[in-house]
Every structure is written in structure tokens, then in C-alpha cells.
Design a protein around this ligand. Sequence first.
Ligand SMILES: Cc1ncc(COP(=O)(O)O)c(C=O)c1O
Length: 390
Amino acid sequence: MEARTAIKPLPFHVPAIQEEEIQAVVEALRSGWISTGPRTKLFEEAFAKHIGTKHALAVNSGTAALHLSLEAIAIKEGDEVLVPTVTFTATAEVAAYFKAKPVLVDIEPVHFNISLEDAERKVTPKTRAILPVHFAGHPCPMDDVAEFAESRDLVVIEDAAHAIPASYRRRKVGTMSPLTAFSFHAVKTLTTGEGGMVTTDDDRFAERIRIMRLHGMDREAWKRYTAEGTWRYEISEAGYKYNLTDPQAAMGLVQLSKCDQLWKRRNAIADQYRRALESSETYRTPKADADVQHAWHLYVILINPAVLRLDRDQMIEELRRRGIGTGVHFIPLHLQPYYQRTWGYKVGDFPIAEEYFERCISLPIYPSMTDDDVERVVAELQDIAVGFRK
Ligand SMILES: Cc1ncc(COP(=O)(O)O)c(C=O)c1O
């Protein structure tokens, strides 16, 4: 006990920021362009090239990327948007920005992605879009999603906040739907502190988002401060203030260049967890389908209440006592006061999501974890499994 408390706690997450990112941000600051400028443009170009899309539009959060995507398809009051109940509130709240209804959908029990079977039951004549979330980084079955959407005349907007780098049947996430929204929040696999990106091949969507992300100003508004720019600008809409800054983009450029290398480390960690825990009766480990690249943003295990005396909350507390940081992703939206009060959801509405929520724990998974760190998490889990067996 004494020895244990003396051990350095292992945090749930540590961003993969190294000297290169720091230098790139310093250079951006020294350049004088501290808001949106040439580095943001470079970041967009590099991102579009990396993903393989015609356009990549940088914004200041994943939430802004989702909001502008819905705006681009002209979502309006009374429309309905299908969203999994197991996601961060951002995926659903953006519908409410338009007084559209976030229609929650249960998850499937294998990868915890949106259940198309349940989505089927939730479609009405008012449904306009489906927002699949590649939960934890495991891509949704996009062929099925596309077919589902096409046959019901819905637009697919992918929430790829967890999904870089990720692919489905050799196609990168970001290339498969009319619009895809990425997040570069501090805990994400590619971070700019805060930030986001929309990818699309559609010129009209791209143009709309370009204008709406910066006050509804005409194209490339930031250029008015450059030598070739002009002071004259035109406001064509009531837009938003969602632009990414150059110091953030500088960080993003470095992160993007290391994205695949950082993934390799997370993939190796996931593999180490799997090998150690997959035969356990106490914990269910996540699996990646053969036809996907899992981004491994999160490593979510499910505890087995049939053999363990601890519930999820007690388990998290026990791990915390042992110096292991964990997380819960996510409290299903239908259990949150806003969604219950405003949209009438209640406990019991989504049985698979609720069972998942009772049992889920996200383990640490980030590139600076050593094999010994992973082994330490595994050892504590195994010790708990024996010590608290029913
Ligand atoms: C699934 C999901 N969607 C959207 C977001 C919103 O991204 P951001 O925090 O960059 O606005 C997050 C995370 O924060 C998320 O986990």
C-alpha cells in the first residue's frame, strides 16, 4: 500500500507534443501571423492531400466543423438528424442550434457505433441527415451507412472526431461521405489544442463553409491583410467566428506529419492490452474488424458484472487509488438533463447503450506510454480481477 501510493500516477492522457511542435508554434508567433494566415492554408492543403479530398476547411473546433456541415446542407427548424446516443454532446447539440431535432439512436453491441437497425426505426419524413460517429476510432460500416442514407434520401455527415488516421475497406475516413468533421481537441489523436477540419469533395459545400466560418465574408477574407489584398470586403451572410489560427495550424502541420507514426505506437499499445486481456473473463477487450484501420483514439474495455464485485464507478475509483487514470466515453445523451427535458428521452430508451454505459472504462492509450506503463495497467486490472472476484 505504502509503496503503491509512492508510485507516480499514470495519467489517462498525455498529448504527444514534442520540441518540433513547440518550435513550429514559436516560429508562427515570430512570423507575425498569429491569427489565420499562410500556415492555416498550408495545413488545409496538407490535410486535404493526406486524407485524399478536394477540400479541407480548417475551423477552431470539431463542434464548429459539425455545425458548419449542418449549415452547409441547410438544416432548418423542424428537421431531424440521426445521432447515436453514445457520443459527446457536440454531435447532437449542433442540430439544436438550428432548432432541428437530434433524434437519438441506440448503438450496436460490438464496436458501439450507431445501430442502423435502430436508426431504421427512427427515420421519419422529417429526417434529413445521419451523423455516424466512428466511436473510439473504429470506423462505422460506411457502405451500409451510405446505402441506408441513399435509400432514404439522407445526407451523411461523419463525425470523425476520433478517427484519424482511420480507414474502412481501404478508404480513408474523410473521403467517403459528402461531409466529414474532424476534431483536434487536446486529447485527440491529432491535436492543435483546440481545432477542427471539414473535408469534402463538393465545391459548393466548401465555398459555403469557407464563407460561414468567418462572419459570412467573401472568400479568403484574411488575405485583405496581405500585400496583394484589398481593404474591401463583402458580407453576404450572418456567419460565425470559427477560424483556426496560424500557431494552431503550425502545430497541426507537425502533428499531421507524425500522424501515422503516432498511430503505430497506439496500435502497438492496443495490441499489448489485447494479448494480455483478451482471454480474461472479467474484461471484454475491443476488437478491430479485418477491413478497417482503427485509429485507437480510445481503448474501451467492458467489465463483466457476473464475475466482478465492483461496479464501473468502484472500478474507476479502485484504479485511481492504484494510480491509473481512466475515463468514461460517454454518458449516453439520453441520460442527460438537457436531452430528457427538451426532447423527452428517458432512462430505458436505449438498452444497449445503457448496458454499455454500466460497464465501460476507457484505459490510457497514448504514444508516450511505455510497454512498462501498459504492463502496469494490465497488472492492476488482473490484480483487481482476482481480489474482487465474486
Ligand atoms: C465524438 C465527438 N464529436 C465531437 C467532438 C467535439 O469536438 P471539439 O471538442 O473539437 O469541439 C468530440 C470531442 O470533443 C467528440 O468526442
